[in-house]
Structures are given as C-alpha cells and as structure tokens.
Design a protein around this ligand. Structure first.
Ligand SMILES: Nc1ncnc2c1ncn2[C@@H]1O[C@H](COP(=O)(O)OP(=O)(O)OP(=O)(O)O)[C@@H](O)[C@H]1O
Length: 229
C-alpha cells in the first residue's frame, strides 16, 4: 500500500493561477525520490497539498489510504505529526537552543521529558551535532542550521519527509552530506520526497524523479532509466 497517492489532483489558486493539472502518482513506503521542474512549475504547491498548507481544487490526496479532504480545517496538526517538512530557510526559532528547537514537536505532542531527551540526543549524534545542543541557531553555520531543521523534521519519525530545495544555499560538499542523510532515512521506514531544481544533484543521486512542467506531471523517471543516460 502506498504511503501517498495523488489521484488527478489539480490546484487553482484564488486569482485563477493554475499551479497543478491532474497530477497522479504514488510513493511507496521507504522510497526516496525527487521532484523537479523549473521555477513556477508547481513543486512547492505539490508539497503544500501533502502537509495541508493548501487544499486541492480537484482530485484526491490519500495518505496511508486516508483521504486528506476528510481532515477538517484547523485540525491539521495530527496529520502533520506523520509528515516531516524541511524548508530551505529552515524556520528555526532563533531565541531557542538547538536542543529546544529539535525537541519542540515532541513537547507539543506531550511526550515525557526522559523520552524526548533520548530521542533528541540520538538524532543530534546521528547528524553530527552532538556538541551543539546548547547553541542558538544564530551561532551555527548554514549547514549546521540546515541539519537542525532536518533533525526537527525527523525526530518524530514521520512516515514521509518533504524537503523543499533543502540544499539551496549550501556548498556542494554540504549538499552531498545532506543528501546522504536523506538517503539513509528510508532504511528507518521514512519515505523521502525532495523538491529541487538542481538537475545535477538530482541526476547524481540516481533515484526516481518526478518532473513537473507548468503544473503537469510530464515524466516519472525510474532509477534504472537515469543510469542508462
Ligand atoms: N499563494 C499563491 N497564490 C497564487 N498563486 C500562487 C500561490 N503560490 C504559488 N502560486 C503560483 O502557482 C505556480 C506554481 O508555484 P510553486 O511555488 O508551486 O512553483 P515552484 O515549482 O515551487 O517554483 P520555485 O522553484 O520558484 O519555488 C506559480 O505560477 C506561482 O506564481
């Protein structure tokens, strides 16, 4: 059973701009794939429909076989527990420590302090941030800040991780590190969908690639096809 299914999904924004046109695809559990297309193709819109920052105009989005149209407005929080999101500008709380930033999603769901401590420390170690827990985000490098954003997105062990241009302002070495980190998540059962217009990066990763053009899904390239190129 797919973790995510888009079935003929269209999105028309108020004002009439059509961002997505009858898009259909599935994501399987433990799959990592890319979403690419030029600026304005609809990548961010597609991700927003998955974490319910926007709603489709037509068509159905199924998450774990649940129709997201059934999630009432204002009741999105429960769904978002299962979907981690990494933003390009990471959106960290600047007056909170690294530890507090990562712990926040677990605090919000009322997890016990001891359990939170265990999970946060484990993720800090995995991301090479073990000694930065008390730092404030402004005291970190760009790459470290991005890793904290990723740690916060995965600490709750989501079924699906969404990343919108996660390496946008990072140098190639750091981008490769972040990608390797994403690639390790499916082993833990988290599917990963990365939106990026960096075609070089996408090709190097040799994963499935969805291609959007003017809101239409024009290609769904398997890793085998990429390898042949
Ligand atoms: N809130 C909004 N209201 C109206 N139109 C919007 C809104 N958000 C996006 N759009 C339009 O929808 C289309 C798709 O935008 P989207 O942000 O999904 O593209 P994108 O592929 O993520 O682009 P980029 O790579 O530049 O971030 C664009 O034409 C954009 O102008």
């Amino acid at each position: 059973m797919p973790v995510l299914r888009f079935d003929n999904v269209s999105k028309v924004y108020a004002g009439g701009r059509q961002a997505l046109r009858e898009v259909s695809f599935d994501i399987q559990p433990g799959e990592m794939l890319f979403l690419t297309g030029h600026s304005g193709a609809g990548k961010s819109t597609l991700l927003k429909l998955i974490h319910l920052a926007e709603r489709p105009s037509r068509g159905t989005v199924l998450f774990n076989e649940r129709n997201l149209a059934k999630v009432r407005r204002g009741r999105e929080a429960l769904h978002r527990r299962e979907v981690g999101v990494v933003f390009q500008d990471h959106r960290l709380l600047l007056d909170r420590s690294v530890y507090e930033n990562i712990a926040l999603p677990l605090v919000l769901r009322g997890m016990k302090r001891g359990e939170i401590g265990k999970r946060v420390r484990s993720i800090l170690e995995r991301l090479g941030l073990g000694d930065r827990d008390r730092a404030l985000p402004t005291q970190l490098s760009a790459g470290e800040q991005q890793r904290v954003g990723i740690a916060r997105a995965v600490v709750g062990e989501p079924r699906l991780l969404l990343a919108d241009e996660p390496t946008g302002n990072l140098d190639p070495t750091l981008s490769a590190e972040i990608m390797a980190l994403f690639a390790s998540l499916p082993e833990r059962g988290t599917s990963v969908l990365v939106a990026s217009h960096d075609l070089g990066l996408v090709k190097r990763m040799k994963r499935r690639v969805l291609v959007l053009d003017h809101g239409q899904l024009v290609d769904d390239i398997s890793p085998e096809d990429l390898a042949d190129e």
